[in-house]
Design a protein around this ligand. Structure first.
Ligand code: MRU
Length: 392
């Protein structure tokens, strides 16, 4: 049929040319044109050895893709959840549903999607915004189709907006770093240490902390990047290394346990990491190991930056001690390849495997956002993020 011809044609183009068109690795491949809709996620568990995309047909498949780390990274999971539901809606028969039914349906599916991973606030933020869009649509029409269309449009806009946001974070971060380091570094490029994966694979494209690094590189102001392995899931050695090699950005992989020595050796000008949830005072939940990097940076007088979109801020939490930290399965520690490879720990050992830790605001120099740099007032250990947001 015409439909299946179009589907196969676009699928073929997607599979073979999308990296060429987009000029970078894409975690999310989404195409919606008339009745044609394709949403695929790069199966990150197979990287860097194999490049395999899987079809996301509905929100149940989306939920499992997030939970099982097919896709990870705070902005990427929020957008993946939103689009997985968009795909479901396009195939849904809603002939006998009212606008109110459509809203209740969306609310239930979004609440289900937010239960996939608890720490990153971006998922909750996306769900809240999409429910608001659906609620407004109900006021404008009694048709379920109208509500669903408004939802799909808003979800698609999130995909587009995230790339623009990341580019702004990259630019703001690079300009800030250059302005504060110019005196000490002169024309020499900066050496940056980063953790986990915050790049194209963790977002709709470009990245947050890795976006700042990309920006510095394109300005020819980057000497080198040091990236940690990021045990136990190895987002650094598998994913960040993959992105940096792909883009020929000079980079050196270090074991997590080498990061403090690297800083002591004077080889790092700044540390830049991403965020999963930032409390109102600036305390930041991010990949486990971030706190140790921040402690070492503080001790050695090295600036420590968090680069994140405003959607990573949870203004409802006064500090980081109420952030829920996801505990991952013991097999991710006892076995290699995120629990999918051979056993590497003694049988019977008990395991504590938090996926994230909270870095106190006191250890953070500044927060780089798409709306500018959040700095502390003189003499303050905490940030006043509410004041920044009100003024932004
Ligand atoms: O468990 P992950 O891989 O989802 O953790 C990812 C991180 O901690 C990232 O640093 C964070 O989500 C920011 S991604 C732009």
């Amino acid at each position: 049929s015409y439909y299946s011809f179009c589907y196969n044609f676009y699928r073929f183009c997607f599979e073979n040319y999308s990296e060429f068109f987009f000029r970078c690795i894409r975690q999310l491949r989404y195409l919606c044109w008339e009745c044609l809709i394709i949403f695929c996620l790069l199966l990150q568990r197979k990287l860097p050895v194999e490049t395999v995309y899987i079809d996301i047909k509905d929100s149940a498949v989306g939920w499992h893709a997030i939970k099982d780390m097919v896709v990870r990274g705070a902005p990427a999971i929020a957008i993946s959840a939103a689009l997985s539901l968009a795909v479901e809606l396009v195939h849904r028969d809603y002939a006998n549903e009212s606008a109110e039914d459509a809203f209740v349906y969306l609310q239930n599916r979004l609440n289900y999607l937010t239960s996939s991973r608890p720490t990153a606030v971006n998922l909750v933020d996306a769900s809240t915004k999409l429910q608001d869009v659906a609620r407004e649509a109900v006021l404008l029409s009694s048709q379920a189709g109208f509500v669903f269309e408004a939802y799909v449009e808003a979800a698609e806009n999130m995909l587009v907006a995230d790339i623009a946001t990341n580019k702004a974070i990259g630019e703001n971060g690079a300009n800030h770093l250059l302005s504060v380091s110019q005196e000490s570094r002169g024309s020499k490029g900066l050496n940056i240490l980063t953790h986990c994966n915050t790049g194209s694979l963790a977002t709709a494209g470009y990245g947050t902390a890795l976006g700042v690094i990309r920006s510095l590189h394109s300005l020819r102001k980057l000497e080198a990047v040091f990236l940690t392995e990021t045990r136990p899931y190895n987002q650094g050695s598998r994913l960040t290394a993959y992105e940096l090699v792909h883009e020929k950005i000079p980079a050196t992989l270090v074991a997590d346990s080498a990061a403090a020595s690297l800083q002591m050796a004077g080889r790092v000008d700044a540390v830049i990491v991403g965020a999963d949830r930032i409390a109102a005072n600036g305390d930041t939940a991010n990949k486990i190991g971030t706190y140790s990097l921040a402690l070492a940076a503080f001790h050695h007088g090295i600036p420590f930056y968090v680069a994140a979109p405003l959607t990573s801020i949870d203004i409802s939490l006064p500090s980081g001690n109420r952030i829920e930290i996801e505990q991952r399965s013991p097999v991710e520690l006892t076995h290699s390849h995120g629990g999918h490879g051979p056993q590497i720990a003694a049988t019977g050992i008990s395991v504590w495997n938090p996926a994230f830790d909270v870095t106190p605001a006191k250890l953070i120099t500044a927060i780089i956002t798409e709306k500018g740099i959040i700095c502390k007032k003189d003499g303050c250990a905490d940030f006043d993020i509410q004041a920044f947001i009100s003024g932004a």
